[in-house]
Design a protein around this ligand. Structure first.
Ligand code: SF4
Ligand code: SF4
Ligand code: SF4
Length: 372
């Protein structure tokens, strides 16, 4: 059975399904930015975070259920808009912001919220998927130093969190993410420290079950469904002969090599490649790390191919068109010039490779050499 109890043998019956957390118009969960860290401390064993475990539990539960849940990360910027004469000289013609005194007294935690926003590179009230909030946080904050520690540890005005030296955060944040091979090697459960201690992981058993059924589906399909980006990724794995644990790139390439006339429908978004992937959420059809950037790449490729989403072509014609109209992977996977404007827009590590040129030269799937 799959994650939500569906029979994974019925892949063709699976459709997007939503809950209050996952439906497209779900409201983001509002979270004080530094609570992201306190949630990590709780996962690391802290029983008494200053905000209380009960404050964090709904956040922890939501992220476990849906790792791509939208989080609105807040920090109190508005309090400093009160004019200093109004605040300190009792002029008070203008009303002070709501709960002013309480918010003013919260200065130590307000500093933490802003420090976390700075680390994430976001303005307060930015909405980020939980996956990206933690991916970025763990890359940039290996410890709570400078956030929960105080340069004035004995100060009543600037107290240090009593858990700042306990290592709860560090135990989780300093473990690296599992790659699919490590996940397979570890077996169950795969929720070891790292991001998958915060977000519900896909288990090895789920990956294996779906791998078998989705590979069978590809072997028997009369038509293949492939996103534009993956038409190119298939070329980057052209030297692989054995199926990969985490995707169906090899199976699809071989099916098209064996039958270059098989129709391929070009989909937007996750496709037949993704079913077994450890970072794929099957019921939302979302790839956690590439949901954003691959959408733009899909459209950029479709534009270059002069095809609309949903177009269907024989595989050989599709690849002949790719070889004719796309000069290099750099054009698509490296945005042309390798610019990296944000973690969720990062170029793929392979963007400077020559897999496309080699496939063009060999006439892979297209059955003949094509000019660039
Ligand atoms: S050390 Fe920081 S993140 Fe951890 S519980 Fe204390 S305030 Fe929260
Ligand atoms: S460079 Fe990366 S994203 Fe681009 S086709 Fe190759 S594997 Fe796919
Ligand atoms: S889910 Fe993402 S990483 Fe996995 S195969 Fe699909 S696009 Fe690639």
């Amino acid at each position: 059975m799959s994650e939500n109890g569906e029979n994974v043998g019925e892949r063709s019956q699976q459709r997007m399904c939503g809950s209050e957390l996952t439906c497209p118009d779900a409201e983001p969960i509002e979270v004080r930015a530094h609570y992201l860290l306190c949630a990590v401390c709780v996962r690391g064993g802290c029983e008494s975070p200053p905000c209380g475990k009960e404050t964090l539990q709904p956040l922890l539960d939501a992220m476990w259920e849906y790792p791509y849940v939208a989080l609105k990360l807040t920090a109190d910027l508005e309090i400093n808009r009160a004019h200093y004469f109004d605040v300190y000289e009792g002029r008070a013609e203008n009303e002070l912001p709501e709960n002013f005194e309480q918010r003013a007294a919260d200065h130590a935690d307000r500093r933490k919220d802003l420090e976390v926003c700075r680390l994430l590179g976001i303005a307060p009230n930015t909405v980020l998927p939980a996956f990206w909030a933690y991916r970025i946080l763990f890359e940039r904050a290996a410890t709570v130093d400078g956030i929960c520690t105080s340069t004035m540890p004995g100060s009543a005005d600037w107290p240090q969190c009593p858990h700042a030296g306990a290592g709860y955060f560090e135990k989780i944040a300093q473990a690296s993410d599992l790659n699919p091979q490590e996940q397979v090697a570890l077996g169950e459960p795969a929720n070891v420290p790292g991001i998958w201690k915060m977000l519900g992981p896909r288990t090895r058993q789920q990956m294996d079950e779906v791998k078998a059924t989705s590979a069978e589906c590809i072997a028997n399909a009369d038509c293949l469904f492939i996103r534009p980006q993956h038409l190119l990724c298939i070329l980057c794995t052209a030297d692989k002969q054995e199926p990969l644990v985490e995707d169906n790139l090899v199976e699809l390439r071989k099916r098209m090599e064996d039958n270059p006339d098989i129709p391929v429908t070009i989909t937007e978004g996750c496709c037949m490649v993704c079913d077994p992937c450890n970072v794929y959420e099957p019921h939302q059809n979302i790839c956690y790390p590439a949901h954003i950037k691959n959408q733009l790449r899909d459209l950029n490729i479709l534009e270059k191919l002069d095809l609309a989403p949903g177009a269907t072509l024989p595989a050989r014609e599709l690849y002949a068109r790719i070889y004719e109209r796309i000069g290099s992977l750099a054009e698509v996977c490296g945005w042309g010039d390798g610019t990296n404007t944000a973690p969720f827009w990062a170029p793929c590590g392979g963007w400077q490779g020559d897999h496309l040129e080699r496939a063009r030269e060999a006439g892979l799937i297209s059955g003949g050499k094509a000019d660039a």
